[in-house]
Design a protein around this ligand. Sequence first.
Ligand SMILES: Cc1cc2nc3c(=O)[nH]c(=O)nc-3n(C[C@H](O)[C@H](O)[C@H](O)COP(=O)(O)O)c2cc1C
Length: 359
Amino acid sequence: MGNSFGKIFRITTWGESHGNSIGVVIDGCPPGIEISLDFIQHELNRRRPGQSNITSPRSERDKALLRSGVINNVSTGMPITLEIFNQDINNLSYEVIKDKWRPGHADFTYDVKYGIRDYRGSGRASGRETAARVAGGAVAKLVLKRFDIDIYAFTRAIGNIYSKVLDRAEIEQNIVRSPDREAAQKMIELINKVKEQKDSIGGIVELRILGLPPGLGDPVFNKFEAVMAYAIMGLGSVKGVEIGDGFAVSNLKGSQNNDVFVNKGNKIGTRTNHSGGVLGGITTGEEFILRAAVKPPASIGLEQDTVNKNGSSAKIKIEGRHDPTIVPRIVPVVEAMAAIVTVDFLLRQESIKAFNNNF
Ligand SMILES: Cc1cc2nc3c(=O)[nH]c(=O)nc-3n(C[C@H](O)[C@H](O)[C@H](O)COP(=O)(O)O)c2cc1C
C-alpha cells in the first residue's frame, strides 16, 4: 500500500535504495507522446548524488532503461516501465544503523510498523526512491509539451540565507540552484561550514507553474492546491508546504489579501496573486506558487544519543556518504511531482470539458 499516486496519470514506484534496481510504472500516459530517453536521463542527472562537492559523493549513475509501453520512441497508451539499476552499493557503511535507530530518520517507525526493515541505505525511506519519481515526472513533463505550461523550482533558502532575486537563468548555473547569484555564494559557504562541523542544514524549495488554464482542481477533496501539497509533503524531509502567501496571510487584512479581478485583454486575471493561483481549490489561470520547508538531513557525522533495538542506550555516528543539505537535489523532485499532478488534473478536466463550453 502507499506506493502509487495519481488518478488517471498514475505512477507506482518500486525498489529499495540498495536492492538490485528501482523503478516506476506509469499507467494512464496518453498514446502518441514522444518519449525521449535523453530527456528522462537529463532529469535524472539533475537529481543524482555526486553532482558537486555539497551533495553526497555516492556515484550512482542512475541510467534509466525503458522496459515497456513505448514503440519507436512514442507512447502506446500501455504502462510505461522505467528501471534504474543501483550501482554504487556499499552495504557495509549501513551496518551501524542495522540495530540502532538514527534520530530524525525513518528507522524507528519502519521497525515499529513492519517488524522488519531493509536497513541497507534506508530501503524505501531513502531519497533514492525519488529517482523513480523523477523518471515518472519526466514522462509527465513530456506530456506537458502539448500544453503551454511551464514548471520550474528553485532554492528559496538555505538556513537563514534567502534568494532575494528571481533570475531564472541563474538557477541551473550554481550548485545550490538559487536564482540569486550573490545569495548562492553565501549558501555554499554556509553548507561547507556545516559540512565541516559534520552537521546538516535545511532550507526552502519554491515551485512555480506558469500557463495553467483556469479550472483545474476538483473540490472538495481533490482541490488543486490540496493534491499538490499532498504530493510534495510525500517527499522525505519535507515538513511544511505553503501556497501563495501561505502562513503570512494570517497577518493580512482582507483588503490587502484579496486579489482583485482585472481584464487582461485575452483573459480575466487578478492584479496581485496572494492566493498563489488557486481559489476554491480551482486554478485561476495565474501563476501557481508553492513553497516547501525541507528539514536538515538526519544522517550526520556528529555523535548522537540513541537506543538499541534491545532498548539500551547507545551512541550513533553516521560515517557514510550523506548530503549536508538536500535542498538543491529536491528541486527536480518537486518539479517532477508537480508535473505528475498537473498532467493528472489536465486529464481529469477532459471529462468536464465535454459538457462545458467555457473551456
Ligand atoms: C533527494 C533526497 C535525498 C535525501 N538524502 C538524504 C540523506 O543523504 N541523508 C538523510 O538522512 N536523509 C536524506 N533524505 C531524507 C530522508 O529520506 C527522510 O528524512 C527520511 O525518509 C525520513 O522522512 P521524513 O524526514 O519525511 O520524516 C533525502 C530525501 C530526498 C528527497
